[in-house]
Design a protein around this ligand. Sequence first.
Ligand SMILES: Cc1cc2nc3c(=O)[nH]c(=O)nc-3n(C[C@H](O)[C@H](O)[C@H](O)COP(=O)(O)OP(=O)(O)OC[C@H]3O[C@@H](n4cnc5c(N)ncnc54)[C@H](O)[C@@H]3O)c2cc1C
Length: 512
Amino acid sequence: MGYKVLELKMKTDYTAEELDDVIRKILRISDFTYSIEKQSLDGRNVKDIHWVVRVGVQSIEIQNDFEPEIDNLLIPFRKRNEHVVVVGNGPAGFFAAFVLIQAGYMVTMIEQGPEVYTRTKDVKYFEKTGELNERSNYAFGEGGAGTFSDGKLTSRTKSILREKKFIFDSYVNAGAPEEIKYLAKPHVGSNLLTKIVRTLREDFISRGGTVIFMNKMTDFTVKGTKVKSIETEKGKIKGDHFVFAIGHSSYETYRLLLSKGVKFNLKNFAIGTRVEHPQELINQAKWKVPELPGVKAADYALTYNFNDAMTVYSFCMCPGGMVVPAPPERGLNIVNGMSNYKRNYPFANSAIVAGIDLQTLLGREMEPIEALEWVLNLERKFYDFSNSYNAPAVKVQDFLRFNTTTSFGPTSYPFPLVTAEFRDLFPKDVTTSMMYALKDFTRKIYGFEEGVMMGLESRTSSPIQLVRDEMRCAGFENLYVAGEGSGLSGGIVSSGADGIKCAMDIIHNSLL
Ligand SMILES: Cc1cc2nc3c(=O)[nH]c(=O)nc-3n(C[C@H](O)[C@H](O)[C@H](O)COP(=O)(O)OP(=O)(O)OC[C@H]3O[C@@H](n4cnc5c(N)ncnc54)[C@H](O)[C@@H]3O)c2cc1C
């Protein structure tokens, strides 16, 4: 059996038959199988937008014996009498637990929020009534912040290839489309993610794992350098190893960790706003046509270096998506973006954020706890402005002219927009850098000034970062803080991969 890799140029709405045909003609073979290894959209020339498709073709008619390299995660199984306690059911916690159960450990995973079906209802209720459930929202509950996310599965880190393959294979086994394995910008969307996280949970339980929802870790006991047990609302849970995959939204849990001597440092992070446009405007700007057959919706990525200290950039761009209220606690006003698999909402949104070094911004040294407090205060300020989850907003063109906006058109945001002067809400350096950046973006994307800036985007990543000794928390023998809560990963895939790395470290250390 021979193997050959081809890189093909295909029209945007190509069919499987057409791809078959092209391979047959190029290689002059009739009996073959193929798999798509990578597919990315080449939109550099608007008159010739096409997919670049890399396929690996296998056939007895190909004369070589080259075998494709498959780099799988190897999980050594043996029956083990060690108990691992995982706190948090986001991508990091779930994938840590999923690997450990496959390695033969006893695994208990607790999550402060409910399972995903109840969570979906709670999120809908919040958007209808404005009454937030502090345990069940866009940040907390089964699947973590990853569930009602935009579901972009992009990650550029080269050092997590095996982990990424494990995550993608698990998602596909749980119902995600095969294409996530080869698309350059894989995307599943919230509607699929809710089903995927439930199916994965059932798989985990069928392998012997335990999941306890609506159970919050309130404390933990440390003896010397070892965690012995955690206190939860449903009682004490003892364990041999502990993975706290708590995300970066539960500041209460962060405070607990800091009070117990888990070491964190300050790190740079970003704050800004969401900008929303009609999707058709972005399609026109990028493609010069309102729609492109075979491609869901156009996206963009923008960056502007304001000065050595501050870069403004687009983040978590959600084509065909909606802006959502994502506070984890009452009295905080935070927005984020999401989409469904089809990306067929008539709006495009993206965070436009300025990267900040808080100590430089404020001109003083700070403790991690103060950085958390600073973020909370900003989020409270946005809430207090409207005394609700209504989003303070201004049109880009008005912001650039130092005006406020008198009326807004249709928006995807579920609550009303409230006219605001962003210069009164954000630190001055942030609005100044944003102004220069937005001017630049209006030159890069035709019509960008027609967008609406809405709300505060403050949870792009954690303001604090864990101090690790290899994978473990510095100073602890059996404690891991995995995923976004560590401040060392960001996004679904890299957080899931970090959870897997923590799990593999537990397995490796058990073998020693
Ligand atoms: C609206 C939205 C859209 C997003 N879109 C994308 C996207 O398109 N692509 C992407 O890659 N990323 C996206 N993200 C970010 C992504 O969701 C996160 O990076 C990822 O979920 C982090 O995974 P995690 O497991 O580290 O933490 P989380 O997913 O935050 O999970 C942590 C879990 O721990 C639980 N927990 C915390 N403290 C306790 C405690 N004391 N006791 C019990 N449980 C506790 C929380 O309830 C939570 O469920 C989005 C986020 C949001 C909010």
